[in-house]
Design a protein around this ligand. Structure first.
Ligand SMILES: CC(C)(COP(=O)(O)OP(=O)(O)OC[C@H]1O[C@@H](n2cnc3c(N)ncnc32)[C@H](O)[C@@H]1OP(=O)(O)O)[C@@H](O)C(=O)NCCC(=O)NCCS
Length: 132
């Protein structure tokens, strides 16, 4: 039987975890969106490099949503799921989650889709093997 009222869960595998520091804040004292985007890029590149078995470059970011603010000191967890593999490209869904301090409940703070391209040592596209 399906459980109802289950707390929401992150989608994908945990590829990166870090702590939001005071130097990463915006003028309101919350964590700067660009810093979060950078963590998502790093986290998804870890999965992309593994799938591509080598060097990759970010070619596109879409469906970016900033859902709620991130306070200083939050443990920021980046979850990634491989959605699609093309000839040279990989589309990865990325979610960032924190634990809300007052309730200790997990909450999704950002999500987006990152497209990486496998590149060779000269920066030219190369084919990604679909073998696991
Ligand atoms: C990555 C790069 C080598 C690709 O070169 P390119 O000439 O655009 O390559 P192509 O047009 O053959 O596209 C390669 C793949 O990317 C996909 N792609 C390219 N632009 C895309 C976009 N805006 N959105 C989604 N997919 C895209 C293509 O569909 C293709 O997929 P496929 O091989 O799976 O069919 C080149 O764009 C580049 O060097 N970009 C800069 C990368 C960078 O510096 N990133 C930031 C720092 S990591």
């Amino acid at each position: 039987m399906t459980e109802i009222n289950q707390p929401p869960e992150p989608r994908g595998e945990l590829t990166l975890q870090t702590i939001a520091m005071p130097k990463d804040t915006n003028s309101s004292g919350d964590i700067f969106g660009g810093w979060l985007l950078s963590q998502m890029d790093l986290g998804s590149s870890i999965l992309a490099q593994r799938v591509a078995k080598g060097r990759v470059a970010t070619v596109a970011i879409s469906e970016m949503s900033f859902l709620r603010p991130v306070p200083v000191g939050a443990i920021v967890s980046c979850y990634c799921e491989l959605m699609q593999v093309g000839s040279s490209s990989m589309t990865i869904n990325v979610e960032v989650w924190i634990n809300i301090e007052s309730t200790n409940e997990p909450a999704k703070v950002t999500e987006g889709q990152f497209v990486f391209v496998a590149i060779d040592e000269r920066g030219k596209t190369r084919t990604v093997s679909k073998d696991k």
